[in-house]
Design a protein around this ligand. Structure first.
Ligand SMILES: [Ca+2]
Ligand SMILES: [Ca+2]
Length: 266
């Protein structure tokens, strides 16, 4: 393979070499700027905080942590802005979680999606995505592709989003069922005791939809200074490496031309 072709192929690989579930333009969510996230307790407020770490989060240096200490304690992180969106326009929905090694409860962050299943403007169905318990581990970040996963259906049974759309082609996201009008919301905790003992984190939440955009939110204890670039993501590191490779390729080409020129003039 000639050098030019090698550089081209490497460029494509590097640019496409993003970690799963990370769009190219993450948005930081921090205590000083929640970036339109609505975060609040339900029942007894659990211990929650924006923290550094743990370990190496999928984006930036920090994440959002929750510890459930008593029954009927829950934290909700939600977004509006997706109300009335046809479900078929949703193209990605994923997040990363970490469960602390000391946690005595390994139930995980779960996601609610509120729907008008028949498209008549009235809510009637909620889908719940719960990371498969058999895949959950402690002490490491894990990626969950809710868009491709299996969801519990409030009206009965379980389904992937694709199968739900086949059965309900007019389904639209509908936020009217809950007081905060959050069509999409991540939850930790419950109205019962089933999450007591959980200690864990959330980061790298991605929602992509036609007509709305593709955004990954990066939860951080401290927002980057205004105007400062965020801590490099894999995509920006890939681009930096690409620039380095192109620069080296240019130097090699220049040396070859210089060498040939010297040979002809000798
Ligand atoms: Ca983060
Ligand atoms: Ca309806």
């Amino acid at each position: 393979m000639c050098l030019r072709r090698f550089v081209f192929v490497l460029s494509i690989c590097l640019v496409l070499g993003l970690a799963p579930g990370l769009s190219a333009q993450p948005v930081v969510v921090s205590p000083s700027d929640l970036a339109d996230w609505l975060i609040g307790p339900f029942g007894t407020a659990p211990a929650v905080d924006f923290v550094d770490g743990p370990a190496t989060p999928p984006l930036g240096a920090g994440s959002y942590e929750t510890e459930i200490q008593v029954a009927a304690s829950k934290i909700i992180l939600g977004r509006n802005g997706y109300h009335d969106l046809p479900l078929t326009d949703l193209t990605a929905l994923s997040y990363w979680t970490y469960i602390d090694p000391t946690a005595t409860n390994v139930n995980n962050w779960y996601l609610n999606l509120y729907l008008d299943a028949d498209g008549d403007g009235a809510y009637e169905t909620r889908l719940d995505y719960v990371p498969p318990p058999a895949q959950v581990m402690q002490g490491g970040w894990q990626f969950w592709d809710a868009f491709a996963g299996v969801w519990l259906v409030s009206t009965g049974g379980s389904s992937t989003l694709a199968d739900f759309l086949t059965a309900n082609p007019n389904a639209r996201i509908n936020a009217f069922d809950n007081p905060l009008a959050l069509a999409l919301r991540w939850n930790m905790g419950d109205t019962a005791a089933s999450y007591v003992g959980f200690v864990g984190n959330l980061d790298g939440v991605r929602i992509a939809a036609n007509g709305v955009g593709d955004t990954t939110w990066d939860f951080e204890r401290v927002a980057p200074p205004s105007g400062a670039p965020e801590i490099p993501t894999l995509s920006s590191l890939a681009l930096a490496l690409l620039v380095l490779v192109l620069g080296l390729a240019g130097l090699v080409g220049l040396r070859r031309r210089t060498h040939r020129g010297a040979g002809r003039s000798a």
